[in-house]
Design a binder for this molecule. Structure first.
Ligand SMILES: Nc1ncnc2c1ncn2[C@@H]1O[C@H](COP(=O)(O)OP(=O)(O)OP(=O)(O)O)[C@@H](O)[C@H]1O
Ligand SMILES: [Mg+2]
Length: 267
């Protein structure tokens, strides 16, 4: 079993969309898949086919250690979903202090790793984790327990500058992220420059930056409760999503290989 964290240093980058799409595509390729919503926004379930925001999930367990396994749900294609659940608003007067979940996650940096340790998937199984924006306690927990990190960013100068600023920390985690430039519109020169800037900042020895083109049909498919790669299988963005799933498969195979051959490096 391998764990994949979907991270970004910008909000609205496409983490939840990608987590859901990868969960579906990897499941269709025959892998047992668990999709974990580790973002208090609690939205991943809507992408996976739930009609309502799930009231309970792993979020409440952070402070109470309550069992969350009873709140999981399987979608029609067999993706097992772990919701975050709805959390109560902070009481008036407590707004200046850190939420109890953040404090607990700061106290126990391996809380998520320990909690997901109980998931019993076969060797080919993958656990995908959706996160809030990095840096945050929730995202840091996902980064710590991940075998593979998918780092998604919009092709905008501000978002890229933020990502480059956090690169040393992401690299220090030793996970060699797979980078995805999302909502790409190659007709815009600034976005082509953004791709060159990111490629230069990453330097040599990293997997090529993956591209996911902008397509208004992606949110429309979500709104209809369907998948872009089913509604428009020959579109550029569907092709990109399949390409991303293949790149993830390659990285997982490289991880398997490096664990078999002592001293082998992840390519
Ligand atoms: N390639 C794309 N083309 C067009 N729209 C996209 C694309 N990728 C994502 N979107 C849209 O961008 C919006 C933000 O995506 P999403 O919610 O997945 O991002 P996020 O990183 O999870 O955001 P948040 O910071 O709120 O958690 C959504 O409306 C989604 O449908
Ligand atoms: Mg999200």
């Amino acid at each position: 079993m391998k764990t994949i964290a979907i991270l970004s240093t910008a909000g609205g980058a496409g983490r939840t969309t990608l987590t859901a799409a990868l969960a579906m595509l990897l499941a269709r390729r025959g892998r047992p898949v668990v999709a974990v919503d580790f973002d208090p926004q609690n939205l991943l379930g809507a992408h996976l086919g739930l009609d309502e925001l799930p009231p309970a999930g792993i979020g409440a367990a952070i402070t109470s250690d309550a069992p969350w396994h009873a709140h999981t749900w399987s979608n029609e294609e067999g993706v097992l979903f772990v919701p975050y659940g709805e959390m109560p608003d902070a009481p008036d007067g407590a707004l200046a202090s850190l939420p109890p979940t953040t404090l607990r996650l700061a106290e126990e940096p391996d809380w998520l790793a320990r909690s997901l340790g109980g998931i019993d998937l076969p060797g080919q199984g993958v656990v995908l984790i959706d996160t809030p924006r990095y840096p945050s306690m929730h995202a840091a927990q996902a980064l710590r327990c991940a075998d593979l990190v998918v780092c998604v960013t919009p092709p905008e100068p501000g978002a890229l500058a933020t990502l480059v600023r956090h690169l040393p920390k992401l690299r220090a985690a030793g996970k060699r992220p797979l980078f995805v430039l999302n909502r790409l519109n190659p007709a815009r020169e600034m976005q082509r420059d953004a791709l060159s800037m990111l490629t230069a900042a990453l330097g040599r020895g990293v997997a090529p930056v993956m591209r996911l083109h902008a397509d208004a049909a992606l949110p429309e498919a979500f709104a209809r409760g369907s998948w872009l790669f089913d509604d428009a299988p020959y579109s550029q963005t569907s092709h990109d999503l399949h390409g991303l799933a293949s790149a993830v498969e390659e990285q997982l195979a490289a991880l398997d290989e490096s664990s078999r051959v002592p001293g082998a490096e992840l390519k």
